[in-house]
Every structure is written in structure tokens, then in C-alpha cells.
Design a protein around this ligand. Structure first.
Ligand code: HEC
Ligand code: HEC
Length: 222
């Protein structure tokens, strides 16, 4: 663009923009970074007490590892808890612990910020706690799961299916049981949970759940 043909009003806008850019550089902080920074404060105050400072999860609090979850999935879950799609079933003791925490975030902007921060944390791959799973048998069951969660267990955003690799195994087991019994995924507005619930029912019993999760654990080691 030739500056000679820029009008006075446009020039004012240009110099205002230049000032903003200069201000951003002088604080060493661009707007995207600022968004993540205050997400950190929110996370440390409102989430870390249960999920751990790195989002590594605290098993005794039944709070799963959430560090490194993709931003879209973390956001969708926090919104689900906040809006009552998840964590309102009478038998969902853990979900009812999480729900009021989602409500401590006062705006969509705070939900977005904290979700962005969660996504910057490393996936912590907590040590396996479940015992007696047969990964080979689990590979057979996992054929169904791979369609949405991926053969590598890394999830698929377009389908709304989260990564399973790197999660707390006890938490995944609890979720599969909740999907089987209608404690999760049965709310009329929970369209993604409604896709998952029938899939959990393809696992015939508790042993099958342990088997499929033993297979998921091998994916994390590849
Ligand atoms: C009082 C303890 C507690 C606090 C504080 C807490 N959570 Fe949770 N959170 C939980 C529990 C327990 C669960 C598991 C719920 C279940 O089993 O269904 C959970 C589940 C989640 C999940 C779902 C993970 C998944 O894989 O689907 C996300 C995301 C999450 N919490 C994010 C947050 C964020 C963000 C904050 C801070 C705003 C937060 N939590 C604060 C206890 C807590
Ligand atoms: C048709 C697609 C589809 C298939 C097939 C599928 N899932 Fe899912 N799964 C989903 C979606 C979508 C979600 C997210 C639900 C939500 O947003 O609450 C999910 C969520 C989950 C969760 C909860 C994860 C968390 O972090 O809370 C587990 C565990 C899970 N799936 C395991 C499995 C297993 C094991 C199988 C195979 C038996 C399977 N899924 C098959 C779509 C699928």
C-alpha cells in the first residue's frame, strides 16, 4: 500500500495499531500469551487443588489427569459440567464434585482461558493402577473404539472423541461403567455422550473393560 494515498482517518488507525503493537512488544506479551497466563492463575487457584499443579490428577480425590487434554475437549467437558449435561446424575458422586468447580468460572472467557492453559500442560501418563487386564483380548474389543478414538488412541476432534492414551486408567474404567449404567451420556442434550454410551455397552463385563484399557496402555508406550 502506498502511504501517499492513505487518508487522515486511515492514518490514525494505522498509528493506533502501531502503538498497540509497540505496547505488546514492550511488555513482552502478545494477547494470545496473556490469555494463557491468566488461565494459569485460574487453574492454580480453582483446579490444581484436585487435579494437581501439573494436571497430573490426584487419585484419592478421584480427580483424573487432565494435563495435555486437547483444548476443545477440556472446554467441552467444563461446559458440560457447568451446564448440567454431566455431573448431575444422582449416582455421579465424582461428577457432582467437579460440577461446582466448573461453576466457579464466571464466564465463557474464563472457561476458554483455563481450557487453553490445561492444553499447554504436558500429558502426564499416570502409572497404571488396574490389574489383571489382558491386552491381547483387549485389542479385539478396541477394534470398535478405534473408529472414533483412533487406532493410536489419540482421539478425533471432528468426532468429538477424546484421546484415551495418557489418561488415568481407573478414571477411564469409571467412565466406561458410567456410560454403561446411564450415569454419564444419558442427559438429553449430551449428544456426544449419547454416541459413546452404546459403545461402552459393547464391553460385556468388568474383565472386558480391564482388557480394553490394558490395550490402550500399550498404545501409550508406542
Ligand atoms: C473438588 C475437586 C475438583 C476441582 C477443584 C476441580 N475438579 Fe475437575 N474433576 C474432578 C473430579 C472428581 C472429576 C471426575 C468426574 C467424573 O469421574 O466423572 C473431574 C473431571 C474433570 C474433567 C473431565 C476430564 C475428562 O477426561 O473428561 C475436566 C476437563 C476437569 N475436571 C477440569 C477441571 C477444571 C478446568 C477445574 C478448575 C476450574 C477443575 N476441574 C476443578 C474434581 C475437581
Ligand atoms: C461412535 C464414536 C465412538 C466410539 C466407537 C467409541 N467412543 Fe468413546 N467416546 C466418544 C465420544 C464422542 C466421547 C466423548 C463424550 C463426551 O464428550 O462426554 C467418548 C468418550 C469416551 C471415554 C471418556 C473419556 C474421558 O476422558 O472422560 C472413554 C473412557 C471412552 N470413550 C472409551 C471408549 C472405548 C473403550 C470404546 C470402545 C469400546 C469407545 N470409547 C468407542 C465416541 C466414541
Amino acid at each position: 500500500m502506498k502511504l501517499g494515498i492513505v487518508g487522515t482517518a486511515e492514518r490514525r488507525v494505522l498509528s493506533a495499531a502501531a502503538l498497540l503493537v509497540a505496547a505488546a512488544f514492550s511488555t513482552g506479551c502478545d494477547p494470545a500469551e496473556a490469555r494463557v497466563h491468566s488461565g494459569e492463575t485460574l487453574f492454580l487457584n480453582n483446579c490444581a487443588p484436585c487435579h494437581g499443579a501439573q494436571g497430573e490428577g490426584i487419585a484419592v480425590a478421584k480427580a483424573p489427569a487432565i494435563g495435555g487434554l486437547p483444548e476443545w475437549y477440556a472446554k467441552h467437558q467444563v461446559e458440560g459440567f457447568r451446564d448440567g449435561l454431566r455431573g448431575t446424575h444422582f449416582d455421579d458422586i465424582q461428577g457432582m464434585r467437579m460440577r461446582p468447580m466448573a461453576l466457579t468460572l464466571v464466564s465463557d472467557d474464563e472457561v476458554a482461558k483455563v481450557s487453553a492453559y490445561v492444553a499447554t500442560l504436558p500429558r502426564t501418563n499416570p502409572a497404571a493402577q488396574l490389574q489383571g487386564g489382558n491386552a491381547e483380548a483387549g485389542a479385539g474389543y478396541y477394534g470398535t473404539c478405534a473408529a472414533c478414538h483412533g487406532a493410536d488412541g489419540m482421539g478425533n476432534e471432528a468426532l468429538g472423541a477424546p484421546p484415551l492414551v495418557g489418561a488415568s486408567d481407573w478414571y477411564l474404567r469409571d467412565q466406561l461403567e458410567k456410560f454403561q449404567t446411564g450415569v454419564r451420556g444419558a442427559h438429553p442434550k449430551d449428544s456426544r455422550g449419547a454416541q459413546m454410551a452404546p459403545m461402552a455397552k459393547t464391553l460385556p463385563d468388568g474383565q472386558a473393560i480391564k482388557d480394553v484399557l490394558a490395550h490402550v496402555a500399550t498404545l501409550g508406550k508406542k
